[in-house]
Design a protein around this ligand. Structure first.
Ligand code: SF4
Ligand code: SF4
Ligand code: SF4
Length: 617
């Protein structure tokens, strides 16, 4: 323990000090926050971790859980909106995220999907700039809106172009995800490049549809002026559309980023009224707006907090249609309560009321964005400036596609050569099993030893399982594989518990591992059973993570053995049919194995569906 403390103290001396901006933010919070605790009453994250002053006072950048803590706050700013001392805890949490990025603790694995989404948005394939001659204003619809609503995007653009024929359009991402994850250098470089291009080509004004893009351009886009399509539609008139028949009562969900944008809030409400809707207020709207649950990518990191926000929003809506002006909010909320985008309501109010608006979901959203880009390309007028954005502030990602193609060609060549040389007899199940039997007890022992060591060295288990099915057949393959898989899971567990605790702890930095620990303390072996049946965590890391919890080895081993068995049977039965399949024969094991794999893989999907249905009742 003493050596550990000395080690920590030495480390503190050698590591760079906190960012200046974070130091100031923490000091300011400690000095002015009086734990009143208005913000805590509103926010589940603060209820769990303490008032902003307590969090600031306890902050220690040498503890992983402090560095990643801010990833559980969705930066919605409600705390700032209710604070009687005009403090803004959300700014402190953003600074904490930036510090975590500096210390290479963030992005977390849970952020990778969002960053990949952003990377596609700024890529040459998806981005497109179309600036007609004499263009000084561009429509910037963002990522989610054209992805989910391509027709509406083009209709709005056509309508705005009637008023300003030199209006251009920019299909690109404002990089708000990187901004909110604290990747400030990357974000700034991307923003600067986009801004320089636009300013150099005479653009003076941006029209946004997404409140996130609006906030980004407003904060970082100087000298570009920014307005929203909602304010503009009020000035230039609505496209040809009809009002809703009879008066439908709706409420407006203000996206959290727009909480202080009263002009946009008013414009959206006026558009709703002009489309024939009657507005009903909710306790949390305008500056007291609550997040849809997806702010700051918290849904991926701390789904329990995200759920609290969504549930509150659903309860306040009380079954009424919600209108919002963020395609992200609309997408997230519509999974829990009837929700439409205000532009759905403006362009087709009847369908918005009846829930018949066609809104695409991923992966179709990507196709839609490409479709919008193609149509925009065709609209090019003579003298227009166009570009696909090729600049990236990230180092290029190694392309693995070629590696995969080479592997496929290699396997095809091996099978071809085996065929040619009459070597297919080696793949005859009878021959193979005879050959394995000739090794006696040595073959299964060696197989089990390899399977036991594999998880300790992070080797993937699937190829070993497939080999087990091929070599030992559907019955003994299951027996040896489940013994090997359980021993491997226990070996990694013991390494984490007794040999490399600190090292493993340093690597499992995501808050979800902390929740696993909390779950085990509350529910014991049931969490092991659940995570074995529903693979929400990567298998190899999970074994190590359980070693850090308080679960007894016996409970862990038994729950792992029983709950890994279904997947083990499915994959072994299937893989035992592979030699026949390569020889062009479809065996009963193939059909049964495939069906079992289907059943095993549908468990997580069914779990998600039932969870949603149950929650929304
Ligand atoms: S989740 Fe929202 S209200 Fe809670 S601390 Fe973060 S910014 Fe504040
Ligand atoms: S509302 Fe303001 S003063 Fe009160 S606990 Fe929150 S940050 Fe502190
Ligand atoms: S989806 Fe809406 S509530 Fe969520 S972050 Fe975006 S603007 Fe905020």
């Amino acid at each position: 323990m003493k050596t550990n403390n000395l080690h920590q103290a030495e480390k503190k001396e050698t590591v760079a000090p906190l960012r200046q901006s974070l130091q100031e933010s923490l000091a300011h919070m400690q000095k002015h926050c009086n734990d009143c605790p208005k913000c805590r009453t509103e926010c589940a994250f603060l209820r769990k971790y303490g008032t902003p002053r307590e969090i600031a006072s306890n902050y220690d950048s040498f503890q992983n859980q402090h560095l990643t803590l801010a990833c559980e706050c969705n930066l919605c700013g409600l705390c700032g909106a209710v604070c009687p001392k005009a403090l803004h805890p959300e700014e402190m949490f953003l600074e904490m995220r930036r510090e975590a990025v500096d210390r290479k603790m963030v992005p977390l694995p849970e952020h990778h999907a969002l960053l990949a989404y952003e990377r596609r948005g700024v890529s040459g394939r998806f981005s497109y700039y179309m600036l007609p001659k004499n263009c000084h204003t561009v429509f910037f619809p963002g990522c989610a809106f054209p992805g989910t609503r391509p027709e509406q995007t083009l209709r709005i653009f056509d309508h705005l172009q009637k008023v300003d024929p030199s209006l251009g359009m920019v299909l690109d991402c404002c990089c708000k995800p990187s901004h909110d994850l604290g990747r400030s250098d990357y974000f700034q470089a991307m923003m600067d490049e986009m801004k320089s291009f636009l300013v150099e080509h005479g653009i003076r004004k941006i029209i946004t549809a997404c409140p996130n893009c609006h906030q980004i351009f407003k904060t970082y886009g100087t000298p570009l002026e920014v307005t929203t399509v909602y304010e503009l539609l009020l000035q230039c008139g609505l496209p040809d559309s009809v009002s809703v028949e009879g008066v439908s009562a709706v409420s407006v969900h203000d996206p959290c980023v727009a909480r202080f944008e009263s002009a946009i809030q008013d414009a959206v409400r006026k558009l709703a009224v002009l489309s024939g809707f009657a507005l009903v207020s909710m306790p949390h709207e305008r500056c007291k707006a609550i997040c849809c649950g997806e702010g700051g990518n918290v849904g991926a990191v701390a789904p329990e907090f995200s759920e609290v926000w969504t549930t509150r929003r659903r309860e306040e809506a009380g079954g009424r249609l919600l209108l919002t002006y963020c395609a992200g909010c609309a997408g997230n909320l519509s999974r829990h309560t009837p929700t439409a985008h205000i532009l759905d309501a403006v362009l087709d109010p009847e369908s918005a009321v009846s829930g018949k608006i066609r809104v695409s979901k991923s992966p179709w959203t990507y196709l839609n964005r490409l479709k919008v880009k193609q149509i925009l390309k065709k609209k090019n007028s003579a003298g227009a400036v166009t570009r696909e954005r090729l600049f990236s502030a990230d180092p290029p990602i190694e392309k693995k596609v070629w590696g995969r193609i080479i592997m496929l060609v290699f396997f095809a060549a091996v099978i071809g050569a085996l065929h040619g040389a009459g070597g297919m007899r080696f793949l005859d199940p009878g021959f193979l099993r005879q050959w394995v039997a000739s090794w006696g007890v040595f073959a299964p022992v060696l197989y089990i030893v390899v399977y036991t060591l594999a998880p300790v060295f992070f080797m993937p288990g699937l190829p070993i399982t497939i080999a087990g099915g091929i070599l030992f057949g559907p019955v003994w393959g299951v027996v040896y594989t489940i013994i090997g898989a359980t021993s491997g899971a226990c070996a990694a567990f013991l390494v984490a518990r007794y040999a490399a605790r600190d090292w493993i702890q340093a690597r499992l930095r995501s808050p979800r591992w902390k929740r696993l620990d909390e779950g085990v303390s509350r529910h014991g072996w049931k969490i092991v059973a659940f995570t074995r049946l529903i693979p929400v965590f990567p298998f190899n890391l999970l074994n190590y993570a359980f070693g850090l919890t308080s679960i007894p080895l016996g409970h862990y081993a038994l729950a792992s053995f029983v709950c890994m068995l279904p997947a083990c049977i499915a994959f072994i039965v299937f893989s035992s049919s592979l030699p026949d399949m390569v020889r062009g024969r479809i065996s009963p094991e193939f059909i049964i194995g495939l069906a079992l794999i289907g059943i095993v893989m549908s468990v997580p999907v069914l779990h998600r569906i039932f969870k949603h249905k149950f929650k929304n009742k």
